[in-house]
Ligand binder design. Structure first.
Ligand SMILES: NC(=O)C1=CN([C@@H]2O[C@H](COP(=O)(O)OP(=O)(O)OC[C@H]3O[C@@H](n4cnc5c(N)ncnc54)[C@H](O)[C@@H]3O)[C@@H](O)[C@H]2O)C=CC1
Ligand SMILES: O=C(O)[C@@H]1CCC=N1
Length: 270
């Protein structure tokens, strides 16, 4: 695949191959990145990555095209301390909170791109938001976009200030949706449905509604109205859910605000 030629030639280094690093690596390999071009640095690499032709905990190539950092923010300083100086390598981080400035300290003059993906990346359905530093050229941004498109859609941000809110919305968001499924299933059970049936109904309702929201031309608000018959069941349910004081709107505001604030704290802790 043309997009990956530079990585195939000069190498890609992935530091941290857990849930997010692993999801990205699976996407890149599926899109044709040469396994032998990938150096994975992770002291606790899962055994399912053995025998895939990857260079595991091996010395870094002299001049890798890309360094992808996917360790927890709290581990980032340690991980950076173990890396050699890099000259002409594009540094990409997916870590929450950790600012571009902290990578510029570690790799002066390097192009740095901060990306916030999310876990549906594991099935190629993620959304990643990205922003580069002044040294990141349009070609670097295109390269990062090609990598992240292997695991879903990509949007570009106007400023790094937006990144914590992105993290609080789409980075953490899958967890909110999983909890929505849990709470809908529990509510179905409370109305007398068997647990297994309630979970299947909740899971497929969220999956189907999500797919329709992506596929349809209408806004989610119109799709919601399409479900709602005047005086019917949905209207009765939404009266609770949409209550401006006790419903989902103020709760979701507080939820995303708390996650955004935690992203800022993680950045300030550096
Ligand atoms: N899980 C998620 O939903 C998302 C995570 N992220 C970001 O991705 C990063 C990784 O998160 P997860 O994959 O969830 O964590 P994880 O715990 O699943 O993976 C982190 C990996 O880093 C490895 N590691 C620890 N110290 C290391 C070191 N010094 N050198 C090399 N590898 C080291 C660990 O062994 C582990 O395999 C975090 O910074 C997080 O903010 C971003 C978006 C979504
Ligand atoms: O919880 C976290 O800090 C990471 C970042 C976004 C999703 N998981």
């Amino acid at each position: 695949m043309t997009d990956f030629q530079e990585m195939d030639r000069r190498g890609l280094v992935l530091v941290g191959c857990g849930r997010m690093g692993g999801a990205m690596l699976r996407g890149w390999l599926a899109r044709g990145l040469e396994p032998g071009a990938v150096t994975v640095i992770d002291p606790k690499l899962g055994s399912d990555w053995a025998d895939k032709g990857l260079r595991v905990n091996a010395p870094l190539p002299d001049d890798p095209a890309v360094l992808v950092l996917a360790v927890k923010p709290q581990m980032m300083a340690d991980a950076l301390g173990e890396l050699p100086d890099l000259r002409d390598t594009l540094v990409i981080s997916v870590a929450a909170g950790t600012t571009i400035a902290s990578f510029e300290n570690a790799f002066p003059d390097s192009p740095v791109i901060r990306v916030m993906p999310n876990t549906p990346a594991a099935i190629g359905q993620g959304i990643s938001a990205m922003i580069g530093n002044a040294a990141a050229t349009p070609a670097h941004l295109d390269l990062a976009e090609a990598l992240m498109r292997a695991v879903g859609r990509v949007v570009r941000l106007q400023s790094e200030d937006q990144m914590d809110a992105v993290t609080g919305l789409s980075g953490s968001g899958p967890a909110y949706v999983f909890h929505l499924i849990e709470t809908m299933a529990a509510a179905g059970e409370a109305q007398g449905l068997p647990a297994e049936l309630a979970l299947e109904l909740a899971r497929m309702t969220v999956a189907g509604a999500g797919a329709l929201a992506v596929d349809a031309d209408e806004d989610p608000g119109v799709l919601r109205e399409n479900v709602t018959s005047p005086g019917g069941t949905t209207a009765a349910g939404l009266k609770m859910l949409m209550d401006a004081e006790t419903g989902l709107p103020p709760l979701m505001l507080r939820t995303v605000a708390a996650a955004t604030a935690r992203g800022r704290e993680l950045g300030a802790a550096k």
